[in-house]
Design a protein around this ligand. Structure first.
Ligand code: AMP
Length: 114
């Protein structure tokens, strides 16, 4: 998608602090980190949000969770715990319309979120 900043990151047109890449997804540190560890995992395919997940494209979600499983272990937050966040739509606080999963850890996270 032309105007999507995450598609630009995937194409290398915008720099990112990448921590993982394969043929289906990339993961990179969030520029505005809200915790000592805060990274995003996104599919290379432009999928706007959970609202357009269907039987055809839903396998990417399990793949993303496998990648999260690997990265939290590598980054050393798996034992202590972490939070996976997906913001969807305006009320959900989604600011980039390319589905992404935040992973936050390295501190005690409060609940409920604001
Ligand atoms: P959301 O508000 O859930 O849509 O999350 C979008 C996230 O993308 C925010 O936490 C931003 O800080 C992050 N973000 C936006 N642009 C970049 C970028 N160029 N590199 C890394 N993270 C970014």
């Amino acid at each position: 998608m032309e105007d999507c900043i995450f598609c630009k990151i995937i194409k290398g047109e915008i720099p990112s602090n990448k921590i993982y890449e394969d043929d289906k997804v990339i993961a990179f540190h969030d520029v505005n980190k809200e915790a000592p560890v805060h990274f995003l995992v996104i599919p290379k395919e432009h999928i706007e949000s959970v609202n357009v997940i269907n039987e055809k494209n839903s396998l990417i979600v399990s793949h993303i969770f496998l990648v999260i499983n690997k990265l939290v272990s590598e980054l050393g937050i798996d034992k202590q715990g972490y939070r996976i966040v997906n913001n969807t739509g305006e009320d959900g606080g989604q600011s980039v319309n390319h589905i992404h999963f935040h992973v936050l850890g390295g501190r005690n996270l409060t609940w409920p979120p604001g």
